[in-house]
Design a protein around this ligand. Sequence first.
Ligand SMILES: [Mg+2]
Length: 225
Amino acid sequence: MTMHILWDIDGTLIHNSKDGAAVYLEAFTHVTGTEPQKFITNPHGQTEGQILTALLELNGHPATMLDDVLAELDARTQKLLETGYVRTAVVGGPDALRDAGGRGWTNALLTGNGPQHSRVKLTAAGYAEDDFNWTNSFFGDRSPDRHHLTSLVAPILGEQPSVIIGDTPNDGLAADSARIPFIAVATGAYSVAELRDTSALVVVEDLVAGRDDVLGTIAELAQRG
Ligand SMILES: [Mg+2]
């Protein structure tokens, strides 16, 4: 069975952006009628479902408003793309996808973003929709946390081997709870040293310097099956 690579997006395939949070706050404000007064301090490695639910509750709104905020988020992210939204791919990201595809592996997503926001972010960074298998990808817009997200993988993939590539200790913990191997890249908010404290089979500075380590590790996992 072919290796199924589950790529995280933020900090892994594209660089984090301070402006990236603006669209969440706008959707929140539109739905609740007021700007949030309290904010999430560390969103890295959290799912959209988790961040938006926490933001609602922190500001005295019911968590049941999540669906409305997500619908508004979809509308606003689509508009972003139509107005020339730009994100930046990490160095070596597009090449890593190509190399993995060339070896017969499947590139898919496991991300805290919803499908629509994922498409917008990736295409705004120059990736193509066709770079990924969207059917067997996993999106966290309705997941309460990353453990919930990774628990969705086994029922879909069954015995097919998979690996998660991510940039936060949270990605590693969620991979552990689903017994999925984890590879860490330090292109997000965490350093190589911090990521070495996770279960990662390999930690790389980026997908250029760490290209051979990442591909070699996946090849070993693929062989093991
Ligand atoms: Mg990330």
